[in-house]
Design a protein around this ligand. Structure first.
Ligand SMILES: Cc1cc2nc3c(=O)[nH]c(=O)nc-3n(C[C@H](O)[C@H](O)[C@H](O)COP(=O)(O)OP(=O)(O)OC[C@H]3O[C@@H](n4cnc5c(N)ncnc54)[C@H](O)[C@@H]3O)c2cc1C
Length: 474
């Protein structure tokens, strides 16, 4: 068994399939993108596979709400960075149309005043800061990113970087750069990380470096839900919906999986089980053989909160103001981020915006309201900035991921010291015949579909090659 930390070409496996091996009977828990990736790889390589999915749909945290006229709202994942190679490999395999997701036009609405970000200084926005936002970010991140200039090999530089900065929270790092309170406030607000300042700096900084929230993002024209449906097509008859896995017992020769279907418990045997529910949901499933350190690792895998509220209008009133290329407004109102998304708009006049996209503490502000109250609250905020919105409002749709019993949050958020510690290594490891895949079980692109796909590949490769553990950290 290789002990290399980066010794598996997961993209190649995704493209060419698993190598030949003795046939395995594998149960997969969850039909999100990790479960669907794992199942297709196994089936294509001739293994016997079944998926149990607690909901009545595919996709998990890829969740598309379709309007009757074909427009859609991405309540979960919606945009993809160019460097997310595993994701783009799947998009190609399933014939998805990948289009730019520009958010170039940006406004801020602070203390009741709205301005276009590029036309005002940080001082105009109310911060006691001389530089522009991009100058401030450049100055702040340069010391951390120096390692990528010093070490030319990108992987080596990445390991050096996370080794150096894993122990820092975002706030720790900003304070260590001797930034003023006002500079820190500007960085937190304009990067939408006010609620995440206590989380791992290295994780966030890598996304900044990859421009994962930046100008080259894309979306799927047909929707994320369509991708998952296309991935589920070859698995027709192998996915049992409305099937909640509650327990796995282990004997010397098999895993025995208890599944609640229509209120009745059923038991199924398999050579291996791939668990894809995120750790917070996994805690409701009894898994025989989990020792103390593994339980501790699962318990301390924090899941972030996020909520989205879409508003639908009879006319795309925002086009006059921001054009047809999308944009966003960052505000200090409870709605926090208003996104004029290009994804899912039809050819007619009618359209939808993300009236509110919130994270962590901001999502909890929204969670305290019922879905109907949330929609009206968000409409109120939007109208206070864009009064013209009021006359065209038709309705809304809201989803709070923290309260979603099948997801338990938006996804894993590393805390300081968790990326390089035993915590992460333990989290990845199987317990007997039970393996763990999904977005949380990967380090480089946690909370993106990229990590969900990659961890699925790693796990099915390890299972079919009779590994006893996961030797790859990345
Ligand atoms: C609001 C939001 C925005 C996001 N934005 C982006 C983005 O722009 N780009 C991006 O790349 N990623 C984004 N993500 C992250 C991305 O959606 C996830 O990383 C990815 O979809 C996770 O896939 P998964 O298969 O690991 O887990 P999931 O999709 O959570 O799949 C797990 C499945 O297990 C099922 N399940 C749970 N418990 C049980 C049980 N006991 N028995 C049977 N089945 C069970 C669930 O119903 C679910 O279908 C976003 C996520 C959210 C929530």
């Amino acid at each position: 068994m290789t002990s290399s930390i980066d010794g598996l070409n997961t993209v190649e496996i995704l493209r060419k399939g698993l190598p030949a091996s003795s046939k395995q009977d594998v149960i997969i828990v969850g039909a999100g993108i990790a479960g669907l990736t794992a199942a297709n790889l196994l089936k294509d390589a001739g293994h016997y596979v079944r998926i149990f999915e607690s909901q009545q749909r595919n996709g998990g945290r890829l969740y598309t709400h379709f309007y009757p006229d074909g427009r859609y709202a991405e309540l979960g994942g919606m945009r993809y960075a160019p460097g997310h190679i595993h994701a783009h490999t799947l998009f190609k395999q399933y014939g998805m149309t990948v289009l730019p997701f520009p958010l170039s036009y940006k406004e801020v609405n602070l203390n009741g005043r709205t301005s276009e970000i590029n036309s005002v200084t940080l001082r105009d926005m109310g911060f006691d800061v001389e530089q522009s936002f991009s100058e401030l970010m450049e100055k702040t991140m340069a010391p951390a990113f120096k390692v990528f200039d010093d070490i030319k090999d990108e992987d080596e530089a990445y390991y050096a970087f996370i080794n150096q900065y894993d122990g820092y929270s975002i706030r720790d790092y900003l304070v260590e750069q001797n930034l003023t309170d006002s500079e820190i406030a500007a960085i937190a607000l304009l990067n939408n990380i006010e609620g995440r300042m206590a989380f791992n700096f290295a994780e966030w900084a890598m996304y900044v470096r990859e421009d994962a929230f930046g100008s080259k993002l894309t979306y799927l024209k047909e929707s994320a839900g369509t991708l998952c449906d296309r991935m589920a097509e070859p698995l027709s008859g192998l996915i049992q919906y409305g099937a909640r896995v509650t327990e796995v017992k282990q004997t010397i020769s098999k895993a025995e999986v208890s599944v609640l279907i229509g209120g009745k418990e059923h038991t199924y045997k398999a050579d291996a089980v791939v668990m894809t529910p995120p750790p917070i949901v996994l805690r409701h499933i009894k898994i025989e053989g989990m020792d103390g350190p593994k339980r501790e690792a699962v318990r301390s895998a924090y899941a972030g909160r996020a909520a989205k509220v879409f508003l639908q209008f009879s006319k795309q009133w925002w086009e006059d103001r921001i054009g047809t290329n999308g944009g966003m407004c960052i505000t200090d109102l409870p709605s926090r981020n208003i996104v004029f998304t290009v994804a899912g708009q039809g050819s007619g006049e009618r359209g939808q915006i993300i009236g509110s996209y919130t994270w962590e503490a901001d999502a909890m502000v929204m969670a305290s309201l019922s879905p109907e109250e949330r929609i009206l609250r968000v409409l109120d905020d939007v109208v206070s900035i864009y009064p013209e919105a009021h006359q065209y409002f038709e309705g809304g749709v809201a989803h709070d991921w923290g309260n979603d019993q099948h997801a338990g949050g938006v996804g894993g958020l590393f805390q300081p010291h968790q990326m390089t510690s035993k915590h992460y290594q333990r989290l990845l490891q199987p317990v007997g015949r039970v393996w763990f895949a999904g977005e949380t079980y990967d380090r480089k692109h946690r909370r993106w579909i990229e990590s969900a796909i990659r961890s699925a590949v790693k796990n099915v490769y390890a299972i079919t090659q009779s590994y006893e553990e996961i030797p790859w950290l990345d």
